[in-house]
Design a protein around this ligand. Structure first.
Ligand SMILES: [Zn+2]
Length: 303
């Protein structure tokens, strides 16, 4: 892994044309991603890059190169990489997702892999398990839409997680994940509820999400999935469980998260994310982008 010097903040660059994006998060806490990840063939071309968007500046991007050796067609690829939960670094600002996906839209990104940790409100999904959920609950939807106009497009809520990217990610995770835990595939139909945070979910909220049909609670997935749909990109979440159902419900215990799980799996999940990113780069076209469709022009022109 080559290291590059830190770039002073505030230097905006032209957005590169790339087809891949990886969004990091709590799954990678404690690591510089991908610099600290044991994955050959990944180079950080630039880091600390800022891009201007119509919604403000988006900071802390890295531009990655995935070497030609990694691909059957011997063609190198580049990817955009950003740390989701910490952008901007010094403040909680949920609108960062809109700026980030404005960058990805301009870049022409076609596939987005987003890393996170999740809590489980399903007693059969345990701390340490790797999970690729199939569906999402976010009752308000994201307030940070990128869709132009009010009636220009329909965006389907079906298949928010790309089935072919999910199959590739599951195959990658199965090769690396500790045998003491499980890899939950998209076929299991697990549902992730979104809560913006940063406060962790209360016992009552956890029960409420459970009653709504959730198996998992995630603090970043809804804007990532929704905005991926809005830019016509495939989306796949790369996540593992750091809090179980009983951890949520035990009011006597002040803490929630299994920090030992996080410390043990940050490196493994980061390796899985990078290998899966390489693998999904060469997948055949799927129909995710057809789930964003233009509305008839007359609906906007006649009112
Ligand atoms: Zn897809």
């Amino acid at each position: 892994m080559k290291h590059v010097p830190h770039r002073p903040h505030g230097i905006a660059k032209t957005i590169p044309q790339v087809s891949l994006a990886v969004i990091t998060g709590s799954a990678n806490w404690g690591l510089a991603f991908p610099e600290d990840v044991d994955m050959p063939g990944v180079t950080v071309l630039e880091r600390d890059v800022s891009f201007d968007t119509p919604y403000g500046t988006s900071d802390n991007w890295k531009i990655l190169e995935l070497s030609a050796d990694l691909f059957p067609d011997r063609a190198a690829r580049r990817a955009l990489c950003m740390y989701s939960h910490g952008n901007p670094r010094g403040a909680i600002d949920h609108s960062c997702h809109r700026r980030a996906f404005a960058v990805l839209q301009e870049a022409g990104v076609k596939r987005v892999l987003a890393c996170s940790t999740v809590g489980s409100v399903n007693r059969a999904v345990l701390p340490g398990d790797f999970v690729i959920n199939a569906d999402i609950i976010e009752m308000t939807q994201t307030p940070f839409s990128l869709l132009p106009g009010r009636q220009s497009f329909d965006c389907s809520g079906k298949r928010l997680v790309c089935p072919s990217c999910a199959a590739t990610l599951a195959e990658t995770a199965t090769r690396h994940w500790p045998s003491s835990a499980r890899v939950h595939r998209i076929e299991e139909g697990l549902v992730a509820a979104h809560a913006y945070g940063p406060r962790l979910t209360s016992p009552a909220e956890a029960m409420a999400f459970r009653m709504l049909g959730a198996d998992l609670i995630n603090h970043s997935i809804a804007p990532e999935a929704t905005l991926s749909r809005e830019i016509g990109a495939c989306f796949v979440p790369c996540a593992y469980v750091t809090a179980g159902m009983n951890d949520y419900l035990d009011r006597e215990r002040g803490g929630l998260l299994h920090d030992d799980v996080l410390a043990g799996l940050a490196q493994t999940s980061s390796r899985v994310a990078l290998e899966a990113l390489v693998a999904i780069a060469t997948l055949d076209d799927c129909d995710c982008n057809s789930l964003k469709s233009p509305q008839p022009e007359i609906r906007a022109s006649r009112f």
